[in-house]
Design a protein around this ligand. Structure first.
Ligand code: SAM
Length: 305
């Protein structure tokens, strides 16, 4: 199986999961989980709520938008942050010296994408940090399937970011969380001491022009500050905040993709009037993309190692 069970723990009893057979993972308490045909495993806790993450239409819109290169600067910023801040964990043969900075090869680096969607950002990291082991995690089985296609040899897991994660303590060197739910205590538990977490959130200027059309939701001011407070309280130290802001020339089709891949899509689907239509004009429109890429380092006292 292509599932790397060294990432995983049982969602029921939290004991480590191991391969029991070619297609089954299990723990020593006797809980068993089938590996699905697309080499992904569903590890949801008992009585998991019926939230299902992004649906196929949202994922298709996101995949088309990302394939256009519209968010390539965000991917580049994530890769640059990982290159600058990620450190390789000391190998057993090390004599207690400092961790190595990740420069060229990144063999043995362990990267998790929490709320991976189509796997676009994990794919960008895997392409640059070759040899890394990648875990793709999302509540949507369709998303995890798409993501495992985008990132060869990655492990895909369907999980709920709002619940205790079926991921072992201190097992990630790098975690990314891009426009996805944030569970700070759990992220602190799964990122190892001195590992890094890269969180991407929209700034208040994101999609200003679409908001004027009534096509997307407001982003409150100071979102990155609140994220910093949230993760600092969980034991992460802020290392860097980088504003990535640029203008995107959009036609009506691209604007529909921008809106349909995000939370406003739910509102649009439910809207009775046309006010939420992002393409009332055919003309080109320049749209501001503005996000904060926030890099944290996991302190040595947070979570469990
Ligand atoms: C806005 S999308 C971002 C996806 C991806 N990070 C990107 O930027 O392309 C949010 C993602 O979070 C996932 N998601 C929503 N709620 C979740 C939950 N409770 N647990 C895990 N994933 C969830 C959705 O399925 C979706 O893929």
């Amino acid at each position: 199986m292509s599932i790397d069970s060294t990432w995983l723990r049982c969602p029921n009893c939290f004991h480590d999961l191991e391969a029991i057979t070619e297609r089954v993972l299990g723990c020593d308490s006797g809980h068993r989980f089938d590996v699905a045909k697309h080499e992904i495993v569903t590890l949801l806790p008992p009585r998991a709520p019926r939230t299902v993450g992004d649906d196929r239409a949202m994922l298709d819109a996101r995949a088309a938008l990302l394939a256009s290169g519209a968010y390539a600067p965000i991917a580049a910023a994530i890769v640059a942050a990982a290159r600058q801040h990620a450190v390789r964990r000391p190998s057993r043969s090390d004599d207690g010296g400092d961790d190595d900075k990740v420069a060229g090869s990144s063999d043995d680096l362990r990267i998790v994408d929490l709320g991976c969607g189509t796997g676009y950002y994990a794919g960008a990291l895997a392409a640059e940090l070759t040899g890394a082991s990648v875990l793709l995690a999302d509540r949507s089985p369709t998303a995890v399937r798409l993501a495992t296609r985008a990132v060869p040899r990655a492990t895909g897991v369907v999980l709920d970011l709002w619940r205790p994660l079926p991921v072992r303590d201190g097992t990630a060197d790098v975690a990314i969380n891009v426009f996805a739910p944030r569970n700070a205590p759990e992220f602190a538990r799964i990122v190892r001491a001195a590992g890094i977490l890269i969180v991407v959130v929209p700034s208040a200027a994101h999609f200003t022009e679409l908001r004027r059309l009534g096509a997307t939701l407001d982003v409150p001011e100071g979102k990155a500050d609140r994220v910093t407070e949230q993760f600092s309280a969980a034991g992460f130290d802020l290392r860097q905040t980088t504003r990535v802001e640029y203008l995107l020339d959009t036609d009506a089709e691209l604007r529909v993709q921008l809106v349909d891949m995000g939370p406003a899509a739910h509102h649009r689907a439910n809207a009775a009037d046309d006010a939420a239509d992002p393409s009332p004009i055919d003309a080109q429109l320049t749209v501001t993309v503005s996000v904060d890429v926030v890099v944290f380092e996991r302190g040595s006292t947070a979570g469990a190692d």
